[in-house]
Ligand binder design. Structure first.
Ligand code: KG4
Ligand code: ZN
Length: 329
């Protein structure tokens, strides 16, 4: 299957065999272009996708050593994401499927992030996925294959978004998540920052209050003519985020008798989060799957993994398929 992903600022195409074996996974990142603006500029993202999408699809086939005729299907991210960016992938995939007379499969971006874990290990149900990315922070219960139940979500900022905003306040380049991660792990001190738990039984998250607390700390120091202790701020912020994410994820696993916990999305690259979750899961006897970094950030292999199930059940899209920026899981 040839899979295509263009929901944000990565143009990616991948050839995946049986939803599991990645024969190629080509990713062209636009980060260098967007960095100058301090974030992703949607219109620029769409244009960049248009420039490279056919080349990336060709490269994916070439690297996999697959002739287009040998494909079983073409899969694409339908949403959620930036509408103009999604549109480029959807139109490219539709055109390719039409020209080759192959089935077209529409995939949900978050289903892709979750099924990235299936590229690593067989999933056992029920399982719980903690999805942490630049646009999403969700706890998803999967009671069976292809079935998603949203049990918690952020009420404001996504965790990656909060990381990027805090990084900006500290003066790190975009996207700042990895810089905050590094600074946090290197700092001997931690700023005292709040943990936001919401209602006692809630699986929802909120990061905007924490982000504001960080901005207040930075501004207060600056007003006093002092240089803020950025390392301590990064560490305090990261510890607050991780404590809440780990605690709610483990509680979700316990209350649903989940067999596995899956970590997904770009923030799954966070070293502090990976270590904290790994340690806690080991202590509590919870099976944890974390995909390799290349399958955590946006990529098309994960879309091929998710689309395979729809291919098996013959759930095909037709050429009227439209990009859906607000598609729900
Ligand atoms: O999944 P992803 O590639 O794109 C979306 O679908 O949003 O996630 C990108 C996000 C960015 O906000 C980036 O700062 C964050 O993941 N990120 C990190 C780390 N690496 C990437 N956040 C914290 N620590 C990291 N090491
Ligand atoms: Zn993503």
């Amino acid at each position: 299957m040839l899979a295509v992903e263009t929901s944000c600022d990565e143009t990616s195409a991948s050839v995946v065999k049986n939803g599991r074996e990645v024969l190629s996974n080509i990713i062209s990142s636009q980060i260098d272009t967007h960095r100058a603006f301090g974030g992703v500029v949607p219109e620029v993202a769409s244009r960049k996708h248009v420039e490279v999408i056919t080349l990336i699809m060709e490269e994916a086939l070439e690297k996999a050593g697959i002739k287009p005729d040998a494909l079983s299907a073409v899969a694409v991210t339908q949403g959620p994401g930036l509408v103009g960016a999604l549109l480029v992938g959807v139109v490219a995939a539709k055109s390719f499927a039409f020209a080759l007379d192959k089935p077209l499969i529409a995939t949900h971006h978050i289903a892709g992030h979750i099924y990235a874990n299936r590229l690593v290990r067989e999933l056992r149900y029920p399982c719980v996925a903690l999805v942490v990315s630049g646009g999403h922070t969700e706890l998803v219960l999967m009671e069976r294959e292809g079935h998603f139940r949203l049990i918690g979500r952020t009420r404001d900022d996504a965790v990656g978004e909060a990381y990027d905003k805090v990084a900006r306040a500290i003066g790190f380049p975009y996207p700042g998540g990895p810089f905050v991660d590094k600074a946090a792990l290197e700092s001997p001190a931690a700023a005292d920052l709040p943990r936001v738990w919401l209602e006692p039984d809630s699986y929802d998250f909120s990061f905007s209050g924490l982000k504001s607390a960080v901005l207040n700390l930075v501004n207060r120091s600056k007003m006093k003519g002092e240089t803020p202790d950025y390392g301590a701020i990064a560490r305090g912020f990261q510890e607050s985020v991780i404590e809440v994410l780990v605690e709610k994820a483990i509680r979700a696993v316990r209350s649903t008798s989940a067999q596995q916990l899956l970590l997904c999305g770009g923030v799954a690259a966070n070293k502090g989060l990976r270590a904290a979750l790994t340690g806690r899961c080991e202590r509590e006897g919870v099976e944890l799957i974390i995909p390799p970094l290349a399958y955590c950030t946006d990529n098309a292999a994960m879309i091929g993994a998710a689309a395979y199930l729809k291919w098996q059940s013959g759930e095909y899209a037709d050429l009227s398929l439209k990009a859906e920026p607000g598609l729900s899981l």
